[in-house]
Design a protein around this ligand. Sequence first.
Ligand code: GDP
Length: 451
Amino acid sequence: MRSDTIFAVASAAGLGASAMVRVSGPGARDALRRISGRGVAAPQRLSLATLTDPETEEIVDRGLVAWFPGPRSFTGEDVAEFHVHGGRAVMAGLIDALSKVSGLRVAEAGEFTRRAFENGKMDLTEAEGLADLVAAETAAQRRQALRQMEGALGRVIEDWRRRLLGALAHLEATIDFSDEDLPAGLDHEVRSEAAALAREVASHLNDDRRGERLRDGVTIAVVGAPNAGKSSLVNHLAQRDAAIVSASAGTTRDVVEVHLDLGGYPVVVADTAGLRDDAPAGDGGHADVEREGIRRARKRAEEADVKLAVFDGCRWPSVDCHTTALVDANTIVVINKSDLGAPAPPLAVNGNAAHPVSALTGAGIDALVDALTGAVAGRCTGSAAPPLTRARHRSALQNCHESLDRALLAPSPELCAEDLRLAVRALGRIAGRVDVEEVLDVIFAEFCIGK
Ligand code: GDP
């Protein structure tokens, strides 16, 4: 436990009906007493209190206070909460009052959660889930974050880690004790457990990055010939009520990005420069800029999770070959300008059904949005297993898998044990648990040495 006590405003900045200041550490009880005048408050209850400055005795506000004696608190330490009116002067007065209580200091960013982690209230994946929950902008992101915060991913990793530790303990027994003392087939048992774990880890890694995609936003590249109506379509999508999370111009002059909430999924739609059949010739000036725009458009399309290929209904059924070449299984095809006349069948490009729409009148847009949402959801959802949501989870699991592979090929039990230990450590990094020896001791103590 730490000896210092920290405090910080826990609610968002700005005016509001209420705001909350949290205090954590051994001095929390004293802070509560000096500011609210309460001796011992009832634990885990809100009670009404007059809050005063401990030096001037001036009243700062009338609010609610809560007392969470450790370890049954967010951080695991003694925690006091002050729920007050959310005005600037009230907050300033309360912060000022708290800084007059000796032993208290302002918390650093993330310090409360860090203490919660250090005191074993949550593992690293749960702390990350909490950060993602606060940052979540759409319903699907919220669901994923909440699940991780509640420990879904951490439990899978911890289960693997325990099984590996069990296998390692058995293997160490075969190294330390003579064969006669041990149950038969122990070596085989260890290998088959390591092989099973390697398979499970591999299948988890093979998740098409859906968790990271949902956390970061699914990218959609809008591609098509100039004047097909790409910008009009993106504008139409962006202006649908309640669809916009935020709209911002891209960092490059030729790609405009719009952030949307598509049926609960976060997407970033990139409107790219038109792909022209007759790439502009000549050098310098405008032609160079346009060629660069086309190069970037192609790159965007290649990197995007989903493509939206826009064909000009005025030219249909003639289609431009550059856009057609980009149409694959992850592409939604539209034929725009249906208001000028229904496009002639067959309505398909490269075997993908084409949606007739009009960016001008909005005809067909609902069906297009449904198709896009389906494609986006398909890239974010998969098996029921809790997804990896960060690159660091993936790289640690990859390390773990490599170590397991090596362990399975190891020429001696000693080398096998060393690789299993590395695999355990890689898993431990994900949840922030590195106390390998300690858990080994426990498992080894329970292990019956054949007698
Ligand atoms: P982009 O170059 O692909 O981004 O195409 P724009 O969105 O700039 O549109 C090119 C031209 O087509 C503009 O004059 C638009 O007004 C027009 N346009 C776009 N969508 C439609 C549509 O659905 N119907 C009609 N009639 N015109 C459209």
